[in-house]
Design a protein around this ligand. Structure first.
Ligand code: PLP
Length: 458
């Protein structure tokens, strides 16, 4: 693609509002990168540069780009039935088949599926359902939600209210007062001198304290990502989810697992809740890897018990999305799941994901790498000014962004988040690609380190 084309794209882009972007900077400089094509683990920009897609689109292109089977499934579906709704008493084959497939894959008695088009709406849907569930049970006050500092659950008003407050600085959330944020389970920043076990006890005490103060009779649910993603890839101490599951069950509080990122192979299993963290929630919300991003689709998968209450005689399900279970999206998900199963991608991730994890952990010897954390193909690298004190760089230093730019020049897309760099590539990485990522990151971090003020200097 030639320069003229790049200029055209960027001129038109002045009308596009990017997500989570510094709009003023975009006004001044315009967007930097136009991605025009993708194949396998790589993407190509409008100047013809090929780069490893180190963030899997946005933690979503699990089976890799350009899969013919998914493209064909979508096309065939559109030729047969382009659209019909799942309102009232209508259904259609792809939505029906996908709901049955998800029920068979999800743990425990999570057997009923509501489709929407984004993780945000999946999370909203689960809360609306639980509010209605409690109304039907004659508990109209049991509505509050426990979430956590550091969480990311989406950008609709309700999902953003459940997200960590830092993400809505200067913005309003309509659900003010509905959500209580528990402590962040980030051991690196929060545990101090505590052992893992002591930190876990402290987090459990925080939840018990909140339940005591708010009253279990006022709390509908606890929502948690198995590993926090957009909060900086934060892995809670061992046993955390099982313990929180126990506490919520003891207090008749529903557990919503936000598996928007962690499902469909990223951590080596179709769903992480039971297979990785040893607990079965009441609801799983998922999106992203469900279609590997080929179509927008999310699923809210609820327990038989919740379903029985919201479907009892006299109940009406007053919730609907025009594109709920869209035929093309459902067809994409079915083809995507076929690939995951046929190629045993989650099982392979159990090996390659560990290779990736270890390769990145090896970067901890670099001067400004404070912590490398995460699991399998969900990793974060936190940069610090001083490893001993964990002193951070100022926001203005833009360390993550600078390193991401260096990486991009060298052929890798990584995602900056303040002083953190996030890596969540496609799940088809082989050892050679993993080696390339490691080298690029090492070189990029070293190049930026050389430009930063020496430790102790302003
Ligand atoms: C854990 C988690 N939940 C929810 C969402 C929101 O999903 P969407 O952007 O599809 O609305 C995201 C998006 O990154 C996410 O990471």
């Amino acid at each position: 693609m030639n320069k003229q084309t790049t200029d055209n794209i960027l001129a038109q882009d002045a009308h596009l509002i990017q997500s989570f972007a510094n709009l003023d900077a975009l006004k001044q400089q315009g967007a930097r990168t136009a991605i025009v094509a993708a194949n396998g683990a790589y993407v190509t920009d409008s100047d013809g540069n090929q780069m490893i897609d180190g963030i899997g689109g946005l933690w979503c292109v699990n089976v890799g780009h350009g899969r013919r089977e998914i493209i064909d499934a979508i096309t065939k579906q559109l030729e047969t039935l382009d659209y019909y709704s799942t309102f009232y008493n209508f259904t259609h084959p792809p939505a029906a088949e996908l709901s049955a497939k998800l029920a068979s894959l999800a743990p425990g008695n999570l057997n009923r599926v509501y489709f929407a088009n984004s993780g945000s709406v999946a999370n909203d849907t689960s809360v609306r359902m639980l509010h209605h569930y409690n109304n039907r049970l004659g508990r109209p006050n049991k509505k509050k939600i426990l979430s956590r500092v550091g969480a990311y659950h989406g950008s609709t008003h309700l999902a953003m209210a459940m997200t960590t407050p830092a993400y809505s600085d200067g913005w309003d959330t309509a659900a003010e007062g509905l959500v209580h944020h528990l402590r962040c389970p980030n051991a690196y920043r929060e545990a101090g001198d505590m052992t893992q076990a002591e930190f876990l006890d402290a987090l459990a005490d925080d939840m018990l304290g909140a339940i005591h103060d708010i009253g279990a009779e006022n709390i509908a649910a606890f929502i948690a990502e198995p590993i926090m993603g957009a909060g900086g890839v934060i892995v809670a101490p061992d046993g955390y989810h099982a313990k929180m599951r126990q506490i919520t069950a003891d207090h008749d509080i529903k557990y919503i697992a936000d598996e928007v990122v962690t499902a469909f192979g990223r951590l080596g299993h179709m769903f992480a809740s039971e297979d990785v963290f040893g607990m079965v929630p009441d609801i799983i919300n998922t999106a992203k890897g469900l279609t590997s991003g080929y179509q927008p689709l999310s699923a809210t998968i609820i327990s038989d018990e919740i379903y029985e209450v919201i479907s009892e005689p006299g109940a009406m399900f007053l919730h609907g999305m025009t594109y709920s279970g869209h035929p093309a999206a459902a067809a994409a998900a079915l083809a995507n799941i076929d690939i995951l199963e046929r190629d045993k991608i989650p099982q392979k991730v159990q090996v390659t994901g560990k290779v990736f994890e270890n390769a990145l952990r090896g970067l901890a010897d670099l001067d400004i790498v404070g912590e490398v954390r995460g699991s399998h193909f969900m990793m974060g690298i936190e940069f610090v000014r001083n490893k001993d004190t964990k002193e951070t760089y100022s926001d203005e230093a833009d360390v993550g962004l600078k390193i991401a730019r260096e990486a991009q020049k060298r052929g890798l897309i990584a995602r900056p988040l303040g002083n953190i760099l996030i890596l969540s590539p496609t799940l088809i990485m082989d050892e050679a690609m993993i080696g390339d990522i490691e080298t690029i990151l090492r070189d990029s971090i070293s190049a930026v380190t050389a430009t930063l003020p020496a430790r102790g200097k302003p």
